[in-house]
Design a binder for this molecule. Structure first.
Ligand code: CA
Length: 326
């Protein structure tokens, strides 16, 4: 008993010295061992190889989602991205149909998500995920919204993926936030929602188009996507409309279309009065535009919380669908 104690004490001390390079790395390794039964020494050694990246801190300090809509939209809705989306759909049509049917998710939305996230695989990110997650765990920038705990949990999930999926943790690359593959899955989403659609026993979000498309569809399905249902309709605003009905960050649908109309936000397209919706506002430059955001809109915000993101995915999906049907 005493001997075991001494051994673990030696292990803890040596771990402490090695992981001490990043502030909090030591505690992280101990926590990973305690909560996930990971090898503390191995975790400490891995963290020693993680590099702090100022460029990651800088990117986190100025996200695209901080822009107004009229500056955000042109980043994602371009002729080229629409054309490439139509091409991607045609090239993967059978797979996309298979995933759409299996998971009940509209084809054009699957295509648009992959288009917004990585330009259909053209840009899956060049940061080492290990560096991204360690930097944001141990050196989160002072933005007034400390998300280091979130990234610390994602770093742990990432290490689990090394065990479960055989990911080479020191080599895997992704976004500055640590999102991976064509659909940019964070480690916790990878573990929870990625699927092995081609059935080879691995969930490969980089080079198996089956797994990529299946995983994006499954993610939306698990968050409640309803096939063929609307995403958002533009609303007219009555004078004296109740601006308290406009959602800023949380687009959970809580009011019926009828209730929102009574509050001054009326749909410009036909929709059942008992359909649930939230109201989104976009900065168009001079004026704002208002939108009834239905449940499917909320589901897209599960991919990225910003209503700008959800609207960009929706706009791109519609443009791609038109191109595809031509
Ligand atoms: Ca697979």
């Amino acid at each position: 008993m005493k001997r075991i104690f001494m051994l673990s004490l030696v292990l803890v001390l040596s771990t402490a010295c090695r992981a001490g390079e990043h502030p909090g790395a030591e505690e992280f390794a101990a926590k990973a061992a305690l909560e996930l039964q990971l090898d503390q020494e191995e975790v400490a050694l891995l963290l020693q190889d993680a590099r702090f990246k100022q460029s990651i801190v800088d990117a986190m300090s100025r996200p695209a989602e901080g822009k107004p809509w009229h500056e955000y939209r042109p980043i994602f809705i371009t002729d080229k991205r629409i054309r490439k989306g139509v091409k991607f759909w045609r090239e993967n049509e059978a797979l996309i149909n298979q995933a759409a049917e299996k998971y009940g998710v509209d084809q054009q939305i699957i295509v648009a998500i992959i288009g917004v996230e990585t330009y259909y695989g053209g840009n899956t990110g060049s940061y080492r995920v290990l560096d991204a997650l360690a930097t944001l765990s141990f050196y989160y920038p002072d933005t007034g919204n400390d998300r280091s705990d979130f990234f610390s949990r994602e770093l742990m999930q990432f290490i689990m993926l090394g065990e479960e999926e055989g990911l080479p943790l020191r080599d895997v690359t992704g976004s500055y936030a640590g999102a991976m593959g064509l659909g940019q899955f964070m480690p916790s989403s990878y573990r929870e929602y990625a699927v092995d659609l081609d059935g080879d026993g691995r969930r490969d979000l980089w080079s198996s188009m089956d797994d990529v498309i299946g995983s994006v569809a499954n993610y939306l399905h698990r968050h409640g996507w309803a096939y063929g249902e609307p995403v958002t309709y533009r609303a007219t605003v009555a004078a004296g409309a109740d601006m308290g009905l406009v959602s800023r960050r949380d687009f959970k649908v809580k009011k019926t279309v009828d209730e929102l109309a009574a509050g001054g936000f009326e749909s410009t397209q036909a929709v059942n009065g008992d359909t649930l919706a939230a109201v989104a506002r976009l900065e168009e430059g001079e004026d704002d535009s208002y939108w009834l955001a239905f449940r499917n809109f909320y589901v897209i915000t599960r991919y990225n919380r910003s209503p700008l993101y959800a609207m960009a995915v929706f706009d791109l999906s519609e443009a791609i669908r038109k191109g595809f049907e031509e």
